[in-house]
Write a protein that binds this ligand. Structure first.
Ligand code: GAL
Length: 363
C-alpha cells in the first residue's frame, strides 16, 4: 500500500488516530447495546415471515444468516433486490475489519422473505493489485438500472485497509442477479470518496452522493447518461470540521418533490445521532431538520447507522429506513434495522422504534 506523505495526509493520519481512540471509548457502550450472538445457522428452511423484526438474527429462505451489510436496494419488475457486504468471516484486530468476500444479493417479492441469489461481485483473491483483493475494503454497494442501456450498474466504496485510497468502484451486469463485472475504481472528480450512495431521480438522472475530505462535506455529483461515469456537475453540502461531527452513511430519498438526506455522524462502527436535511432541489440548498429519531435510543439511532431508504411499490407514501446495527468486534453478526418512515405535520421524516411491523403499518 502506498502512503502519501503530503501535509494533507499527515492531518488525515492525526484524524485517524483520534478516530481510533474515539472508537475504543465507544466500544463498551456499543457492546452493552448489542449482544454478540454466535453466527448460528439454521439447518432447516426458515418458516415464512409476515413481518419485519429489526435487530434480530435474519435468515434467508434457506435458513442461512443474511449477509448484506451496508446495503442498498433496487426494485425491478416486481422484485426487490437487496445488495450488501458479505462479512461472513472473522473480524480482524486491532483495526475492526473483515476481508472482502464479495457483494451478496437477495431477492424478495414481499419484502419479508429473502432468497439468497449468491455473491454477485466476488473478491479477487489471486491479484494483490486488484481493488477487490481480500485485504482491501469493499463497502456500501448500491445498484441502479439504466433504462436506456438496459444495464444494472453497481457503485460502491473501495479502499485500502487504512481508508486512505478513498475510491468509488463501478461494476456492471445484464441482470439484477449478476454477475457484476468490475470496471474500475477512482476518486470521483478527484475527490476523496468514502461512505456513499447513488440516487436515481424521476427524470432518470442519477447522482453519486459521497462523504469527502475526511468527512467534512457531502458531495452530490451527477452521473453520465449511461451511469458509468460522472458528467462533471457537482455540489457540496453539510460542511463540518470533520469527525465526530462530520456526516457519512448517506441515504437520499424523494417524497412529494422534496429531497431528504439522512446521514450519520462519523464515529466508525459506533453509533451516534442521525441527521436529516431537506431540499427542494437535489443540488440543495439543504436545510437541517435535525435528528429524525424519536423515543428511547433516539440519540444513537436505535443503535444503528443509515444505509438506504427504500420506496415501497404499490403503496402511497411508504418508505423504509434501512440501517446497520454494527457489532464492531464481530461484524458478520451485525444486525439490520428496518423501520417505516413516518412524517409529522410539517412533512418532516420521523423514525420511531417498532418491535414488529408489516406493510399494513402504512396508512
Ligand atoms: C463507518 C462507515 C462504515 C465503515 C466503518 C469502518 O464510519 O459508515 O461503512 O466504513 O466506518 O470503520
Amino acid at each position: 500500500m502506498q502512503i502519501d506523505r503530503s501535509s494533507k495526509m499527515t492531518r488525515m493520519q492525526k484524524s485517524i488516530t483520534a478516530y481510533f481512540w474515539l472508537r475504543l471509548l465507544a466500544l463498551g457502550f456499543i457492546i452493552h447495546g448489542c449482544k454478540a450472538e454466535s453466527s448460528r445457522q439454521n439447518t432447516e428452511k426458515t418458516p415464512e415471515k409476515k413481518s419485519i423484526k429489526s435487530g434480530q438474527e435474519w435468515y434467508d429462505t434457506d435458513g442461512k444468516l443474511i449477509q448484506a451489510h451496508g446495503g442498498g436496494m433496487l426494485y425491478h419488475e416486481g422484485v426487490y433486490y437487496w445488495y450488501g457486504e458479505n462479512k461472513d468471516t472473522d473480524t480482524k484486530f486491532p483495526r475492526l475489519r473483515t476481508d472482502i468476500i464479495g457483494i451478496n444479493c437477495y431477492s424478495s417479492t414481499d419484502f419479508y422473505n429473502w432468497k439468497n441469489e449468491d455473491i454477485v461481485l466476488p473478491a479477487v483473491k489471486d491479484d494483490p493489485g486488484s481493488a477487490l483483493y481480500p485485504q482491501n475494503v469493499l463497502e456500501r454497494p448500491k445498484v441502479i438500472f439504466n433504462d436506456k442501456t438496459g444495464k444494472f450498474i453497481m457503485w460502491f466504496h473501495v479502499d485500502d485497509s487504512l481508508y486512505q485510497k478513498a475510491h468509488v468502484g463501478i461494476a456492471v451486469s445484464d441482470s439484477p442477479k449478476g454477475p457484476f463485472i468490475f470496471k474500475e475504481s477512482f476518486r470521483p472528480l478527484g475527490f476523496e470518496s468514502r461512505d456513499m450512495t447513488v440516487f436515481k431521480d424521476d427524470d432518470s438522472k442519477a447522482y453519486l452522493v459521497f462523504g469527502s475530505g475526511w468527512h467534512n462535506k457531502i458531495v452530490i455529483a451527477e452521473l453520465s447518461e449511461d451511469y458509468l461515469s460522472l458528467n462533471g456537475s457537482y455540489t457540496t453540502h453539510l460542511h463540518t470540521d470533520g469527525p465526530p461531527l462530520g456526516r457519512e452513511a448517506p441515504a437520499l430519498f424523494k417524497r412529494k418533490g422534496k429531497y431528504y438526506l439522512i446521514t450519520s455522524g462519523t464515529t466508525g462502527w459506533f453509533t451516534n445521532p442521525a441527521q436529516c436535511d431537506v431540499a427542494e432541489n437535489i443540488n440543495g440548498p439543504y436545510k437541517t431538520i435535525g435528528n429524525p429519531c424519536e423515543g428511547m435510543y433516539a440519540e444513537v439511532t436505535f443503535l444503528g447507522q443509515s444505509t438506504h431508504v427504500q420506496k415501497i411499490q404499490g403503496k402511497e407514501d411508504a418508505f423504509v429506513f434501512m440501517a446497520d446495527r454494527w457489532i464492531p468486534t464481530d461484524l458478520k453478526n451485525s444486525r439490520y434495522l428496518w423501520l417505516p418512515v413516518q412524517f409529522n405535520k410539517n412533512n418532516e421524516p420521523v423514525l420511531k422504534w417498532i418491535n414488529e411491523w408489516d406493510m399494513d403499518s402504512y396508512k
